[in-house]
Design a protein. Sequence first.
Length: 306
Amino acid sequence: MNFQSISYFIVLAREKNFTRAAEKLHMTQQALSASMASLEKEWGMPFFLRHVPLELTNGGRVFYEYALRLADEEGELRRALSDVADDQRGTLRIGTGFMREREIMPALCAGFRKLYPKVSFTLVEGSNTDLEKMVREGDLDLAVARFGKTVEGIVTRPFYEEHIAFLVSKELLFSRGFSEDDIESLAHSHLESMESLRSVPFVVTSRDNVAGEAAVGYLDRASFKPEIAASSDNMGTLIDLSMRSVGALFCPANMIHWATESASRDMVCIDLWETKYTISFGWKRKSPAWSIREAFMEYAVHSIRS
């Protein structure tokens, strides 16, 4: 048995499907199947009931619990030895939301690798709920997300602040009877009243994320039931839909850079400063200190403030 076969087993146990697990592991289904067959032969028992979806046997469930511990300990061992040797190498697994990954991670990874060329990155996208789960289960070394004041099993550190903005195209407003003066008034309204938007459709995201939560707050205060033209968990898609005059949108203000300069002139964007919230780093509470993770957080905070 080796650490690699253990990691394969963990992924397969979670995915419950050879095809999906093999894709996630970047290997062939045949190679994964052979590895699991060898592992089961070594321990003298089947770990999976091979129907759809796959199911762990009693032995597989016991092995899974120990496999998680061994995987954690293997990662901790590698990092501890790296720190002792002052080798400054390793793979930093970081989870973020889709738009934040596109917004901040390329520059941070590129800059950090100039300082630590032996460090590599595995970047994972997910919702806040997904990221918290992955941190707790040891699948991520660090998450960049909006965490609550206290999160079970996770240590957090503030990174930077965001706020929500309201985005709507002038073309859509004109089509719903707005005049130039009406648009100018809306742009300076800070959405103190939603009444003027009664005829305007909206594109929305899930209330499980911060933009969706803000949208629910504003729309619930309206004296009308809003028309929902489209919904999606992908904020990039929603911004594009808003720019194409499908509907008005509540979204993180820093993500509106997706609009080009020329398109931005055709949009009304209202900063809603009262929605300000903190984006934080989060890592597993019981994970040992790791110099690379600490160095990355310090570099990221400094870069954001520069």
